[in-house]
Design a protein around this ligand. Structure first.
Ligand code: FES
Length: 125
């Protein structure tokens, strides 16, 4: 079953600035890193979503799959470290029957970034 990483592509670059000096939003930058790092991974896909309604704690992502718990993770600095952690977490989510991943397996850079857990809906369960 495929785990989808949604990345908000409209999240701010910083509290003060919507866009980075390059003109892209923080979300666009994070999304590009996540897309590159997840490219070719089996069972993991990336989609961009404009606003996950967690704007105060940018940059935001959501990790979801049918029939599994979903997680919203945010307040990331939009860079490679955060992207790598989200992709690594998504792989663990993909490999989990329920979507729950034991704390001891969490990539270090996702700790402190969980914003919500959403009960499973749909799927086969
Ligand atoms: S703009 Fe990213 S959560 Fe609203």
């Amino acid at each position: 079953m495929t785990t989808t990483i949604f990345v908000c592509d409209t999240c701010r670059w910083t509290v003060a600035d919507k866009t980075a000096p390059c003109g892209r939003t923080g979300g666009e930058i994070l999304a590009a890193h996540v897309e590159r790092l997840a490219a070719g991974l089996e069972g993991v896909e990336v989609r961009r979503q404009s606003c996950l309604m967690g704007c105060e704690r940018h940059c935001n992502t959501a990790v979801c799959a049918p029939g599994k718990l979903s997680y919203v993770l945010g307040a990331f600095t939009p860079g490679e470290e955060a992207a790598a952690a989200v992709v690594a977490y998504a792989c663990l989510h993909r490999d989990s029957e329920t979507g729950q991943v034991p704390f001891r397996q969490w990539p270090k850079a996702v700790k402190g970034h969980f914003m919500a857990r959403i009960p499973a809906i749909g799927g086969e369960g």
